[in-house]
Design a binder for this molecule. Structure first.
Ligand code: SF4
Length: 320
């Protein structure tokens, strides 16, 4: 099957067979996200999905773990998901771990019976874009949920046996709010207890609505040093058992390990990295282009020529 879009999934899914069931994201409105912005959302025909299953089977594949793509596969109607799951089981009867991305709303739109039915058909991990622990940030970023809805959705899916994993984003709360967000997020994660927490620290894409806010000064971005400090506070405050994986791709820093066992080691690594940036020039994660072919802008490789002068000036003023 020709894949349309950008492959983006949690690192725990890198060995899964990725089966696209849609193109793009049915929501596609989060202000910071450029993953599927250029694509018109559509569901893939069942025949096309089945062709892909047939192809993998004919090639000798026997996946034990399948990831349904793309942006929000759990947003498909239950009936359609069940038809896809039935086809998966017809080709790969041993596969009882079918995972996908989900939004809080996609869970809220399903009844408890539907959640249970999907579990019974092999759905296991749902990766939820939680992003922030602060309601005003969720509203500003046009996430499709608030915290109360997220608490309720997580509780409901866990009751059915589905496994909840959290996607979070350091930097999302903006300049000067990293610590506040870390504390709020730690509270949320300690209460909701995800199996995994994956931090894709925020890129500042030139092509997304958030960039207009940066230009007009209604959103002040945090720099990479603040993001690292936010992550350090979050890790220190996490008390629940989980697997943590944090990516600061702009500065090529990754921190991963088990909480609580590996907490000290991760914090130590962050201390070291923070030490190398402390007192230096403020570095912002401005990028342009489509994932995964992103070009660094601003304080990065292009010396600022790909972002507006206004934003570039703002960064220079903010240099330490
Ligand atoms: S962050 Fe997730 S839900 Fe939001 S637009 Fe991007 S893919 Fe869709």
């Amino acid at each position: 099957m020709d894949y349309e879009g950008q492959i983006c999934r949690a690192p725990m899914e890198r060995a899964s067979f990725m089966l696209p069931v849609m193109v793009g994201c049915s929501y596609n409105r989060c202000k910071f996200c450029n993953l599927f912005r250029h694509l018109a959302y559509r569901e893939l025909p069942l025949e096309q999905i089945e062709e892909e299953l047939k192809r993998v089977k004919a090639a000798g594949g026997n996946p034990k773990k399948i990831f349904l793509g793309d942006g929000n596969a759990f947003g498909l109607k239950t009936e359609r998901l069940l038809r896809i799951l039935e086809r998966v089981h017809a080709y790969f009867p041993e596969c009882m771990c079918i995972n996908m991305d989900a939004t809080v709303t996609s869970i809220r739109m399903k009844s408890d019976q539907e959640l249970k039915l999907l579990y019974d058909h092999g759905v296991r991990h749902l990766y939820l874009g939680i992003e922030s622990g602060l309601d005003d940030v969720l509203i500003f970023m046009e996430k499709d949920h608030d915290l109360a809805q997220a608490y309720e959705a997580v509780e409901r899916l866990k009751r059915t046996g589905l496994i909840y994993d959290a996607h979070i984003m350091t930097g999302v709360a903006g300049k000067g709010r990293g610590q506040e967000n870390a504390e709020a997020l730690a509270l949320f994660l300690n209460r909701t207890k995800p199996a995994h927490a994956v931090n894709f620290s925020m890129f500042l894409h030139r092509e997304v609505p958030l960039y207009r806010h940066i230009e007009d000064g209604t959103y002040l971005p945090a720099d990479e040093l603040e993001n690292l400090k936010e992550e350090r506070t979050l890790l220190k405050l996490l008390e629940t058992e989980l697997l943590y994986d944090g990516f600061h791709d702009y500065i090529e820093v990754r921190v991963r390990g088990e909480i609580p066992r590996g907490k000290e080691k991760m914090v130590k690594k962050l201390d070291q990295v923070i030490g190398t940036y402390e007192g230096g020039k403020a570095l912002y994660s401005f990028v342009r282009g489509e994932c995964p072919d992103l070009t660094r802008c601003g304080s990065g490789d292009c010396g600022g020529k790909h972002i507006s002068e206004k934003v570039w000036d703002m960064n220079r003023k903010d240099d330490r």
